[in-house]
Design a protein around this ligand. Sequence first.
Ligand code: BDR
Ligand code: CA
Length: 308
Amino acid sequence: MVRLIVDCDPGHDDAVALVVAAHFGELVGVTTVGGNAPLRDVTTNAVLTCQMFGIDVDVRAGADRPLVAAPRYAPQVHGVSGFSGPALPPLERSAAEGHAVDWLIETIRGEEGLWLVPVGPMTNVALAFRRAPDLVGRLAGVSFMGGSATIGNHTPVAEFNVLVDPEAAAVVLGSGVPLRMAGLDLTEQFVVDDALAANVRSIGTPGATVIADLMLSYLDNIESIRGERRGGLHDPCAVLAVTHPDLVDHQPRSVAVELNGTLTRGMTVVDRRKRPDAGPNVAHGHRIDHVTARRLVIEALTAQTART
Ligand code: BDR
Ligand code: CA
């Protein structure tokens, strides 16, 4: 089984990513970063997800703001707390002591061949790589949800995770670590709709009911933004890209982050030309078997819930 660390900012899709990682991989630990909501909220949400799904790993809080930019959150998509919508159970656990970046450095130095899966802004990963450049050679790779080869979601060209901390994304993309990219052009193929929320609800357990309610709240928000009740189940795609690599078709691409454009800051520029100027730095996921992905997500939510 693949051993992995998930760095996240829950967010309903981050929560599903944690459950998928714990079920199909050996989840070594969870780190959190300010993103969909402020750090304190997303850390609580990560701890609560582990509690609801019987995931026995430590959760550690990391960076509360991007490297350079001012913090920005996504209340219009995930609600003010990141977990708006459902009635949530009381919190019975707490986050572990210590800073996520210290823990990442110590853990990756202590074990070669881990996968790091960031599904929020990449601030923690960039800080860890800057402080400890040797981590790059010790990881199996970084499989991230972020960016897009086509359109954006928070600006016409920028995806949220990269837009929040473009400088951090640029550090990671330029680090030389093996990279798998789950951008919007991939993750929008794995759709959350009312049918998926109903399937999740029919699992019938408290944790699955919370996830189903979070999905409905996400769909309500997406409907008011885009006028349609369907959106991507983004973050589990980055996990599945390492636990089930056959599910995702990857192509080697050169990918860079736009840091300066007044209209294009936070855009990932994916060079899809036959003769790119630069060599590839990213395995760009461009197609996912979303039917199997959906089945695997239901399987993970069912099995992990049953363990609690
Ligand atoms: C990404 O941004 C967040 O809102 C989601 O959790 C996902 O990681 C999609 O753009
Ligand atoms: Ca996320």
